[in-house]
Ligand binder design. Structure first.
Ligand SMILES: CC(C)(COP(=O)(O)OP(=O)(O)OC[C@H]1O[C@@H](n2cnc3c(N)ncnc32)[C@H](O)[C@@H]1OP(=O)(O)O)[C@@H](O)C(=O)NCCC(=O)NCCS
Length: 142
């Protein structure tokens, strides 16, 4: 693998992150990312968004969200030319370490139906699919 650096995202990464996710992320059936969503996340929890970079460029991301009750993993994405080298697995492991240290007893990830890369990756990381729950949503209007 190329020399990969892992670090928390900062506000200055916001534009590059939006561009990265548009290219490398799972983008169906969710609101479009905006830079201010990232700065709001970092204001709430400065260590929540973990980046992998190579030569200063973003090649991977994961959000390890902890609200004091639940631990959610979001935005797991690896740039296509860096996939299948263990980077996704590494990001998940680091995110889990953070969440465990914060007190999480369980981790969860939402995967869009039919996302085979997501399914394979979470399964490989030891996650199992729950078929007895459905997410219910309503736009906030905000
Ligand atoms: C999902 C994703 C982050 C995986 O990143 P990655 O760096 O390629 O993952 P890894 O190399 O760490 O793979 C870990 C394991 O996941 C499984 N896996 C990952 N990609 C796979 C594929 N294309 N086919 C089959 N298994 C796969 C394998 O078991 C793999 O272990 P192995 O390589 O030792 O066989 C990447 O494919 C991606 O960015 N996809 C688009 C965004 C997305 O769908 N994210 C998930 C949202 S829920």
């Amino acid at each position: 693998m190329d020399e990969v650096t892992l670090r928390p995202a900062v506000d200055d990464d916001a534009e590059a992150l939006v561009a990265f996710w548009a290219f490398a992320g799972e983008n169906e059936s969710r609101p479009t990312d905006r830079p201010e969503m990232i700065t709001a996340l970092l204001a709430h929890d400065p260590s929540a968004l973990l980046l992998a970079t190579v030569d200063g460029e973003i090649v991977g991301t994961v959000i390890a969200g902890w609200d004091g009750w639940r631990a959610h993993l979001y935005r797991l994405a690896v740039r296509p030319d860096h996939r299948r080298r263990g980077l996704g697995r590494l990001l998940v492991e680091r995110a889990e370490e953070r969440l465990r240290a914060l007190g999480a007893g369980r981790f969860d990830a939402m995967v869009l139906e039919g996302n085979e890369l997501g399914d394979a990756s979470w399964r490989a990381a030891g996650y199992t699919r729950q078929d007895n729950w459905r997410r219910w949503v309503r736009p906030s209007g905000g």
